[in-house]
Design a protein around this ligand. Structure first.
Ligand code: AGP
Length: 592
């Protein structure tokens, strides 16, 4: 949801550094890009389109000055055009601002500013900010005070970076409900939407809280609270390396991240002692309530089957965006588990806020220090490393492992831990099916609709397979409980609709096979996922992805998702889509 960067460097041109940093944020939005630097005047280059294309036309790194701001946009207000691209400026082009978030009352502010004589050039909500800053600077305030006054007018969410021609050695940043971090390098200072963007320059990170402001200058970093008092903040050292945020020889981040999954799972498994420590602090809960969005929601659904199966605790899974609409019966005996890889998803953060200490909260998160980790009572880090591809892959399997570890620790059934140790090997075997999956992708890439079906633990896997396909191939796909097909969607099945049946050995296997027969009887082509010893599925399916392990469905969800990720990836590439940057989407959804 838009990425922002600001920096003050020492004896170095800012534009190439800003360009490099903002490229790392392209996963947050790729509708447009823009850079502003300041020396004696503010110079801006910006346009709609992906960074590489815009850079080819505009030489984005060719701007003077050792300080500046940059932005990648995920459009909310106004089409992705040059005019709507950030940075936005005031009437006199002496102030430039980049913004991530949504200003809910921008219309009223804009109307008022127009009455006061301000002239607007874009359709964005953001443009009111430089004009407000201009108004307050014209009243005699410096950039910092004018920015503080400007954000005092704003309702909604923002992470901003502002510069002014009148104070050419200053970048002012502020946040409310959108992420903003501060990086402390060697006489170089940064603000950014997230840490991987600036890792090549520093791994010393400060996390800003809502209503805090940061002032970068030649003299260093100053952080202030909403009243303007200087505050001291902890500096965290991030253990992610810059290489982790590079493609490492793969064509796309998504493919790299799919292949990193066995390692990701191993890293999550190492968190067992941390999880045990957290569980020791737990009182006895009588209800679990997961809140999450998208792929993290699918991981939570697996959590429901696990917690109810292993501990017999009633477990609800609620889409974070729906959390505020159900009368949540929360009390001190409830544990609310928020699953979010980014730790910055607005819907999930809102749900955590709504819990409002009525229940205990646990966040299962990837990004260290992200907002969710500061909102929740307890935190489990999943540790797969940074995920850049918009489609969640390695963070999903790591979330699953964290949920398995948590459920096992809470149930006291530690003998089950052994089963998880073999999963990385099963995942490697699944990755070896890549060539077969490419062939299957070629065969079905032109289908207009897909169904993914499964029962029990395989139902969320089917939903995740369908989400991946929709997200990066733009093919309509439904993830359905296999037994529910006959209650409606079976009417849609014919020989144009491939059906992916997730059918590992176990309790649900036999019934899933009956559902396979039902769809076949309506002409569907079936792609089966099951055991290499499953002769029935092998004979029924038109295409079969075999797993040599014989592990029960309860532990199958982690490695059975891999062929589904690869299938979507290859169909996406075959259709000429960039799977790392699917249209209309962004990695981190910081608007509700
Ligand atoms: C998954 O491929 C998507 N990019 C999306 O559904 C994502 O899982 C969702 O937005 C939640 O993100 P989070 O885990 O960072 O909260």
């Amino acid at each position: 949801m838009c990425g922002i960067i600001g920096c003050i460097l020492y004896n170095k041109k800012a534009a190439p550094v800003l360009l490099n940093c903002v490229k790392k944020l392209e996963y947050r939005g790729y509708d447009s890009v823009g850079i502003a630097t300041s020396s004696s005047i503010i110079k801006i280059k910006k346009d709609s389109g992906k960074i590489d294309d815009v850079h080819e036309n505009l030489n984005l790194d060719d701007l003077p000055g050792d300080m500046g701001i940059a932005h990648v946009r995920w459009a909310t207000h106004g089409l992705p055009t040059k005019e709507n691209s950030h940075p936005h400026t005031d009437c006199k082009n002496k102030i430039a601002v980049v913004h991530n978030g949504i200003i809910e009352n921008y219309k009223e502010i804009r109307d008022q500013l127009i009455k006061e004589g301000h002239q607007f050039k874009s359709e964005t909500d953001t443009e009111v900010i430089p004009h407000l800053i201009e108004k307050y600077m014209d009243m005699g305030n410096d950039l910092e005070s004018a920015t503080r006054l400007a954000i005092g007018n704003i309702e909604g969410s923002y992470a901003i970076a502002a510069i002014s021609r009148d104070e050419p050695n200053k970048v002012v940043g502020a946040r409310k409900e959108s992420p903003l971090i501060v990086g402390k390098g060697n006489r170089e200072y940064f603000i950014a939407s997230d840490a991987p963007a600036i890792l090549e320059h520093t791994n010393k990170i400060i996390y800003l809280e809502d209503h805090e402001m940061v002032i970068l200058s030649d003299e260093g970093i100053e952080i202030k609270d909403s009243d303007g008092n200087v505050i001291k903040k902890e500096i965290f050292t991030i253990d992610w390396t810059p290489d982790m945020a590079k493609k490492g020889g793969y064509d796309h981040f998504m493919l790299k991240e799919i292949h990193e999954q066995p390692e990701a799972v191993k890293n999550t498994l190492k968190e067992i002692n941390e999880i045990k420590k957290i569980v020791q602090k737990f009182k006895k809960f009588n209800r679990i309530c997961f809140v999450a969005c998208g792929t993290s929601y699918h991981a939570s659904l697996i959590g429901k089957y696990l917690f109810e199966g292993l501990i017999a605790i009633p477990t609800d899974v609620i889409l974070a965006s729906e959390f505020g609409y159900s009368a949540e019966a929360l009390d001190e005996n409830t544990l609310v588990i928020a699953i979010t890889q980014s730790g910055e998803t607005a819907d999930t953060l809102k749900a955590l806020k709504l819990v409002n200490h009525k229940a205990k909260t646990l966040a299962i998160v990837n990004v260290v220090g992200s907002t969710a980790t500061r909102e929740a009572d307890y935190v489990i880090y999943i540790r797969p490393g940074p995920e850049i591809g918009v489609a969640a892959t390695k963070t999903y399997v790591s979330q699953l492992v964290a949920i398995y570890l948590l459920a096992i620790c809470m149930s006291g059934k530690e003998e089950l831990l052994e089963k998880l140790q073999n999963i990385p090997d099963y995942m490697r075997n699944a990755l070896e099916k890549e060539d077969l999956i490419k062939e299957i992708a070629m065969k079905y890439k032109d289908a207009k609709d897909f169904f993914f079906i499964g029962r029990g633990f395989s139902y969320p896997t089917a939903m995740e397979g369908a989400l991946k396909l929709k997200e990066i191939t733009y093919i309509h796909a439904e993830g359905y409980a296999a037994g529910e097909l006959k209650h409606g969607p079976l009417a849609l099945i014919d020989d144009d609709v491939p059906v992916v049946a997730v059918a590992p050995p176990g309790k649900s296997h036999e019934k899933t096979l009956s559902n396979v027969e039902e769809v076949k009887a309506r002409g569907a082509h079936v792609i089966g996922l099951g055991s290499s010893e499953d002769e029935v599925l092998k004979s029924e399916a038109h295409d079969m992805i075999e797993f040599e392990d014989k592990i029960d469905e309860m532990f199958s969800s982690i490695h059975y998702v891999i062929p589904l990720q690869l299938l979507s990836y290859y169909i996406s590439v075959m259709k000429g889509i960039d799977p790392d940057h699917p249209k209309n989407l962004a990695k981190c959804v910081t608007v509700e």
